[in-house]
Design a protein around this ligand. Structure first.
Ligand code: AMP
Length: 577
C-alpha cells in the first residue's frame, strides 16, 4: 500500500521518541487536519482536482482526450472518460517498457505496484511490505532508517526483514525478532487478516527452530541465507534460554487458544483489516487472540490511499472508512443491486455487472446515506476517473465527508448461464451453509469456487477446507445439506436456471485436505503476488490453480435436490431488468 501523503507526515513528524507530550500534540494536529478537510470537503476536492490537473497539464493521456490544460471540474467531467484497467493497459505497458515521456503522470514513474488479486496497477510510490508488523513500546533508540518515528509504525521487525524478497525468510526473521522482544510488543498485525493468520500458522510449524535460535542467540543458517537479514537480526538477538523455555512451553500446550496474548502478554489489540471478505477470519482471530480488539485502521490500495477508520475500536462489522478529501479526487458510480445480498425468494437479483454504466457519477459530498457506489478515483499518481472495482455503502458522514462500509469487490465470481453471483452473495451463502458444520465442532477455514463448465449443464464447484475438532466424522448428508443451503441462498436467477431452465447442474462441494489453501497461497506468491496483498480468491479460473486444488480433494458431495424457486418471480426479474 502507498505511503501517507507527504504533507501529513511533514506536519506530524518529529524525532523525540520519548516525549509523549509531543506525540499527543502531533495527534491533535492530525485530528485538527481531519476536522478541517472533512468540513471543507467539496472545496478541498475541487482544489485537489485542479492541483492534479495542473501538474499533469502536459500529460499525453489528458491531451489525447482534449482536456487542453483546463483544470475545472465541469470540463474534466465532460471530456474525460471513466475507465477500467484494461483501457489503460497499453499506456501502462509503454511506461513499464521504459518510455519515459509523460504519458499518465508528469513525474517519472519510479516503481510499479501490482494489485494483489488481479492485474498490474500503477503508482509512483512504494512502501515497504510489513508482513508481520509487531509494534514495540520502545524497540530502539536509533531512528529507524528513514521511517519517521510514530508509535503506531514502530515495529520489532528491522527493515531488512520486512523488505526481504524471500517471503519465507522474511516471515521467519520477523517472527524471531517479534518473539525475542515479546514483552515490548503492544500491538500485532499485518495488512490483511489472512496474512496475519498465515503468520500464526507459520509459527505453529516453526516454533522449535525459533526457540532454538532464541536459546542460542543465533539465526538458523539453513533457513536464513540473506546476508542483510542475518546481519540485522543478529544485532538484536542474544542467547536467552529463559525466554526460549517460555515460548516452548506455550507452543507445546495442546490448544493454541489465546496464543497471541500468551506469547505477547502486553498486546492491546490486533491491527488487521477484517472488513470485506476478510470478515470470515474474525472467529479465528478471536480464538488466537482471546478476543482482543480487532482494529481496521484504513482502506487503501496500490493505486492510492482512500480512507481512515476514525473510530478504530468499534466492532469489525461496524467499521466505516472516512474518505479523506486530500487523498485523491473521488467520484461515485451509483450501484443498483436488487436485493443481491438477500436470500429471500423474491429477489430480482440484478447483479453488479448489469448495473447501468451510463449513470451520472456523483461527487464526494453528494453521496446519499445507505446508497451503494463503485469508487472512481483521480490520483496524483496519474490515474484519471479510474474505476477501482470496490463497492462501498454510505454509512454516515464526518462533517461533509462520507464514511463508507466496504461491501465487496465488484467482480462477478461465478456464472454458468444468465446467473451472476458476486463474491458477497457467495460469501453470504457459504456462511449460511457452514452453520451445518457447527454441531460437529467443525469450522470452514477457507473456501473458493469455480464454474465448472466441462459438462453440460455446467455447475458451481466450491472447494472447502475444514478443521474438525470434534470426534464424530461429518456424515455425507450434512455436506449435501450444505450444498442445498448454498443453492437456496443464491439469487432467483440462479435458482431459475437450476429448477426451470435446467441450465445449471447441482452444486458441488469438494472438501480439500488440510493445508491446500496454504499451497494455493504459496503458488500465488511464487507467481509474484505479495504476501501483504494476498487475499484468497473467492473464485478461481486459472487451470493450474484448479488442478492444484483438485489434486487435494478428499471427498465431494452434490446438492441432492433442486432449491426452491417460485415461477411467479420470473416476471419480477423481467420488470427489474
Ligand atoms: P491492493 O491494490 O492489492 O493493495 O488491494 C487493494 C484492494 O484491497 C482494495 O481495492 C480493496 O478491494 C481491498 N481493501 C483494501 N483495504 C480494505 C479494507 N479496509 N477493507 C476491505 N477491503 C480492503
Amino acid at each position: 500500500m502507498p505511503e501517507a501523503p507527504k504533507n501529513l507526515l511533514d506536519e506530524t513528524d518529529n524525532h523525540h521518541h520519548h516525549n509523549h507530550g509531543l506525540v499527543s500534540e502531533k495527534n491533535k494536529k492530525v485530528l485538527e487536519f481531519i476536522e478541517d478537510v472533512t468540513s471543507r470537503a467539496d472545496e478541498v476536492q475541487e482544489r485537489v482536482l485542479a492541483e492534479i490537473l495542473s501538474r499533469s497539464a502536459k500529460v499525453e493521456y489528458l491531451k489525447r482526450h482534449g482536456l487542453d490544460g483546463r483544470i475545472d471540474r465541469e470540463t474534466f467531467k465532460k471530456v474525460m472518460p471513466v475507465v477500467v484497467y484494461e483501457e489503460l493497459k497499453s499506456d501502462i505497458d509503454r511506461i513499464a517498457n521504459g518510455d519515459t515521456s509523460p504519458i499518465l503522470c508528469s513525474q517519472p514513474i519510479s516503481e510499479f505496484l501490482t494489485r494483489g488479486e488481479e492485474i498490474d496497477a500503477y503508482n509512483c510510490r512504494r512502501a515497504g511490505e510489513e508482513i508481520v508488523a509487531l509494534q514495540s513500546i520502545d524497540a530502539s533508540d536509533e531512528p529507524v532508517c528513514s521511517r519517521p518515528y510514530d508509535p503506531y509504525t514502530n515495529y520489532t521487525s528491522p527493515n531488512e526483514t520486512i523488505l526481504c524478497p524471500d517471503s519465507y525468510q522474511s516471515m521467519y526473521s520477523q517472527l524471531l525478532c517479534g518473539l525475542y522482544q515479546n514483552s515490548e510488543v503492544l500491538r500485532v498485525g499485518a495488512v490483511f487478516a489472512s496474512g496475519f493468520i498465515r503468520a500464526i500458522r507459520f509459527l505453529e510449524k516453526h516454533w522449535p527452530f525459533l526457540c532454538n535460535d532464541i536459546q542460542n542467540g543465533t539465526i538458523n543458517p539453513q533457513i536464513i541465507t540473506n546476508p542483510s537479514v542475518r546481519e540485522a537480526v543478529l544485532k538484536i538477538i542474544k542467547p536467552n534460554p529463559e525466554l526460549a523455555g517460555f515460548v516452548e512451553t506455550e507452543c507445546r500446550k495442546g490448544s493454541w487458544k489465546g496464543i497471541i496474548t500468551r506469547l505477547w502478554p502486553n498486546t492491546k489489540y490486533v491491527d488487521v483489516i477484517v472488513t470485506g471478505t476478510m470478515s470470515q477470519y474474525i472467529p479465528t482471530l478471536d480464538f488466537y487472540s482471546n478476543g482482543l480488539p480487532l482494529v481496521c485502521t484504513m482502506y487503501a490500495s496500490s493505486e492510492c490511499y482512500f480512507g481512515l477508520n476514525l473510530n478504530p475500536l468499534c466492532k469489525p462489522n461496524e467499521v466505516s472508512y472516512t474518505l479523506i478529501p486530500t487523498m485523491a479526487y473521488f467520484e461515485f458510480l451509483p450501484v443498483n443491486r436488487k436485493n443481491g445480498l438477500s436470500n429471500s425468494i423474491s429477489t430480482g437479483a440484478k447483479s453488479l455487472n448489469e448495473m447501468q454504466d451510463d449513470q451520472q457519477l456523483v461527487d464526494l459530498v453528494d453521496v446519499k446515506l445507505g446508497q451503494e457506489y463503485e469508487l472512481v478515483v483521480t490520483t496524483y499518481a496519474g490515474l484519471y476517473r479510474y474505476r477501482v472495482g470496490d463497492i462501498l455503502k454510505v454509512a454516515g458522514f464526518r462533517n461533509k465527508a462520507p464514511q463508507f462500509n466496504f461491501v465487496c469487490r465488484k467482480n462477478v465470481a461465478l456464472s454458468i448461464d444468465s446467473d451472476k453471483t458476486d463474491e458477497d452473495e457467495l460469501q453470504n451463502a457459504v456462511k449460511n451453509a457452514a452453520n451445518h458444520l457447527s454441531p460437529f465442532d467443525a469450522t470452514l477455514i477457507e473456501y473458493t469456487s469455480y464454474a465448472d463448465t466441462s459438462n453440460i449443464p455446467g455447475h458451481y464447484v466450491l472447494f472447502w477446507e475444514i478443521t474438525l475438532s470434534g470426534a464424530t466424522p461429518i456424515p455425507p448428508s450434512v455436506f449435501e445439506d450444505c450444498c442445498l443451503t448454498i443453492e437456496e441462498s443464491l439469487n432467483s436467477v440462479y435458482r431459475q436456471g437450476r429448477v426451470s431452465d435446467k441450465s445449471i447442474g447441482p452444486l458441488e462441494i469438494k472438501v480439500v485436505e488440510s493445508g491446500a489453501f496454504d499451497k494455493l497461497m504459496d503458488y500465488a506468491l511464487n507467481q509474484g503476488a505479495s504476501i501483504n496483498q494476498y487475499k484468497t480468491p473467492r473464485c478461481v479460473k486459472y487451470a493450474p490453480i484448479i488442478e492444484l486444488l483438485n489434486s487435494r480433494v478428499v471427498s465431494n458431495y452434490f446438492s441432492p435436490k433442486c432449491p426452491k424457486w417460485v415461477p411467479g418471480h420470473k416476471q419480477w426479474s423481467c420488470v427489474d431488468n
